[in-house]
Design a binder for this molecule. Structure first.
Ligand SMILES: [Zn+2]
Length: 319
């Protein structure tokens, strides 16, 4: 790291924001208990921007239940008529519980499931005005009716507006499908822009390998792009100057979520420094790679503790 032009020691008042992607373990608890635990453990770990733990339903179901045009049957998100906004916010109740519980100890961010992911998970039934999904031979992604994606975007924009009006300034939009091969990313980003227009500080989270999608994601209409640091590290064309020009920050995933093995502080520091050396500390936030719903609660908590300890050590070393 010494001698790297990107690691500007002492130049900045180092403050790397720590955050989470969203979900937190919640088995065998009421939603209210699970939100309280998620908030307390994120705060105790020292995370700067926390979530409500997304403890209520799966990421599609929670919004499909409220958006007009859906008829949700268990895990089947049936679309039976034209998609339109819910008449009230569907995700705000848990966010307000979380904000009350946090009581100023950390900032709470909202999380929305993006229009592309919602559209791909929709099952078109009789009465739906949309063209059927098409799966071209050999392709890895379906072709989904543009009208469906854009109607979903306007419905989610209404949700974003409700959250913004309630004072949730930071809202993350999750689009796990954006890393899929053959997906219409141009349409996806256009739809995303309809949603983020209603958000003050917007983040986009994409799961999995974003190394090829990043060529387009770098122009996504968002302030922050959140993805796995392990994949980000393999992108050789991304520079601090480019991030400055595009007015973007990267939320660099430094914690694996597919194992209960807890990374040591030293291991996490190495991952953070990989991001700092590549993109500059001023362009970074850090988080786990993805949501932690399926982890053991003790592992989830300790992973966050070590993530924050490692970040604070990196800040001290760069100061
Ligand atoms: Zn993810």
């Amino acid at each position: 790291m010494a001698g790297s032009p990107i690691v500007k020691k002492g130049k900045y008042q180092m403050n790397i924001t720590t955050t989470v992607i969203g979900s937190y373990p919640y088995a065998r608890m009421t939603p209210e208990e699970a939100i309280a635990r998620a908030v307390d453990e994120q705060v105790e770990a020292g995370v700067d921007v926390i979530s409500d733990g997304q403890v209520r339903a799966d990421m599609v179901g929670i919004f499909a239940q409220g958006i007009a045009g859906f008829d949700v049957q268990g895990k089947k998100y049936n679309v039976v008529s034209k998609i339109g906004p819910a008449d009230k916010a569907v995700s705000i109740g848990d966010l307000i519980i979380a904000r009350d519980r946090a009581a100023g100890r950390a900032k709470v961010k909202g999380t929305l499931t993006g229009p592309t992911t919602m559209a791909h998970c929709a099952i078109l039934m009789n009465g739906s005005p949309y063209k059927p999904h098409d799966m071209p031979k050999g392709a890895q992604s379906m072709i989904v009716d543009r009208e469906l994606v854009m109607d979903m975007a306007h419905a989610l924009a209404a949700e974003a507006r409700f959250l913004t009006e309630a004072g949730f300034d930071t809202i993350q939009v999750d689009e796990p499908f954006f890393s899929m091969q053959d997906l219409d990313l141009d349409l996806g980003l256009e739809a995303l822009g309809v949603v983020t227009k209603e958000i003050k500080t917007s983040a986009l989270h994409v799961c999995g390998d974003i190394t090829s999608a990043m060529k387009k994601l770098i122009d996504a209409p968002v302030d922050i792009i959140a993805c796995e640091g392990g994949h980000m590290a393999r992108i050789d064309w991304l520079t601090p100057a480019m991030l400055a020009e595009k007015k973007k920050q990267i939320c660099w995933g430094v914690i694996t979520v597919n194992s209960n093995d807890v990374e040591t502080v030293e291991e996490v520091k190495v991952r953070i420094m990989t991001g700092v050396e590549k993109l500059g500390a001023e362009n970074l936030l850090v988080s786990p790679d993805c949501g932690m719903r399926v982890r053991k609660p003790e592992a989830a908590k300790q992973k966050l503790v070590n993530m924050v300890l490692a970040t604070r050590e990196v800040e001290r070393e760069l100061a």
